[in-house]
Design a protein around this ligand. Structure first.
Ligand code: HDC
Length: 308
């Protein structure tokens, strides 16, 4: 257990994060789509070509809803630093992601981010930090999306001042609790192979953490080789839901939760199982080669057609 003698969690929760900005173009949106496997097995896939090419020009390309998570990447110039919190960045893992989408993304945009601490938990062997980012379209002032990113800082726990472990959240606990996977047969199942160079392609979208590219770094972090970005796996899973449940329409996605349960190695096959419960999709993603669940969560849909 890490020694966090200098760290005062009550001071940390009053910490103010600076606002940040983020800009993207159609090229970023298309590169991201390729990074999460769009059109990888069929370059003219009729549901997915629109994410990388449009006959009416690049201004008409569609942006995938999970692109939302990228808007937060420059929100934390000094990593996940809170005053006094010590952690080893090599031991950081992405734990969960929660995304609310308020309107479809334009194909290019300047974004203004408001960042705050949404949660801080002492798990003894780890600290869990949750950062909330609200992203506004600069031109209109409209709120585009909200992200809550949860990071699992191995070795950074043990800072509680009393015998009860410190735990703070600024949101209802049922918003991202682990989902219960139904025992029934899935509504749909989609299998998709990641490429051995998937993480090298995905990182060009802005997450340059060496955990996904550097063999020595990955070993120190406890893995036999570089692992896939959690958000890349989430992108594969939500793309499967858009294809299988939303008839290819990404604007149906209203909110997304995902908990990263186990690492994925680039090159592995992802099998996403989906269950439809009203306007909610429960899903889980397994790695076929190891038969292990790596991600589970739910997606709320808007305007779902009852003919499904
Ligand atoms: C846009 C912002 C981007 C964010 C930046 C991210 C940077 C990226 O470059 C980094 C990545 O993408 S890393 C790759 C993706 N993530 C992973 O592969 C992690 C997979 N998960 C694991 O290995 C384990 O679940 C592990 C190790 C996470 C936990 O396993 P254990 O240590 O065995 O935990 P366990 O004993 O079961 O539970 C301890 C307490 O922690 C809670 N917990 C467990 N898994 C969690 C998770 N994934 N997220 C959040 N909380 C989690 C448990 O509930 C438990 O708490 P309690 O005891 O109170 O129930």
């Amino acid at each position: 257990m890490a020694v966090q003698s200098e760290f005062d969690p009550s001071l940390a929760i009053s910490h103010k994060f600076p606002d940040s900005t983020y800009s993207y173009t159609e090229r970023d949106a298309a590169l991201y789509a390729l990074g999460i496997g769009a059109c990888a097995s069929d370059a003219v896939d009729e549901d997915e070509l629109k994410y990388v090419y449009h006959e009416d020009g690049q201004k008409a390309i569609k942006v995938l809803p999970t692109f939302a998570a990228l808007l937060t990447l420059e929100s934390l110039p000094n990593g996940f630093d809170l005053p006094g919190l010590q952690y080893d960045p090599r031991l950081l893992l992405h734990g969960q992601q929660y995304i609310e989408l308020y309107k479809p993304f334009p194909s290019s945009c300047h974004v203004q981010n408001k960042v705050s601490l949404a949660g801080l938990h002492d798990k003894g062997k780890a600290a869990i930090l949750e950062i909330e980012t609200k992203s506004y379209e600069k031109e209109s002032g409209d709120l585009l999306c909200m992200n809550r990113s949860t990071v699992y800082l191995r070795g950074a726990g043990g800072f509680s001042k009393s015998s009860k472990p410190f735990s703070y959240s600024n949101y209802p606990s049922n918003q991202i609790s682990a989902v219960k996977i139904p025992e029934s047969k899935p509504f749909s199942v989609l299998e998709d192979r990641t490429h051995p160079s998937q993480a090298l392609l995905y990182r060009l979208s802005g997450d340059y953490n060496p955990l996904h590219s550097d063999p020595q770094f990955a070993k120190v972090a406890g893995f036999s080789k570089p692992i896939l970005h959690g958000l890349c796996t989430l992108g594969f899973a939500v793309r499967a839901i858009i294809k299988s449940v939303c008839k290819g329409n990404p604007d149906r996605i209203k909110s997304i939760t995902g908990r990263f349960l186990l690492h994925v190695y680039p090159g592995e096959t992802l099998v996403t199982e989906m269950w439809l419960e009203g306007s909610r999709v429960i899903y889980r993603t397994l790695v076929k080669e190891r038969i292990r669940t790596v991600l589970s969560g739910s997606v709320n849909l808007r305007g779902l057609n009852s003919s499904l």
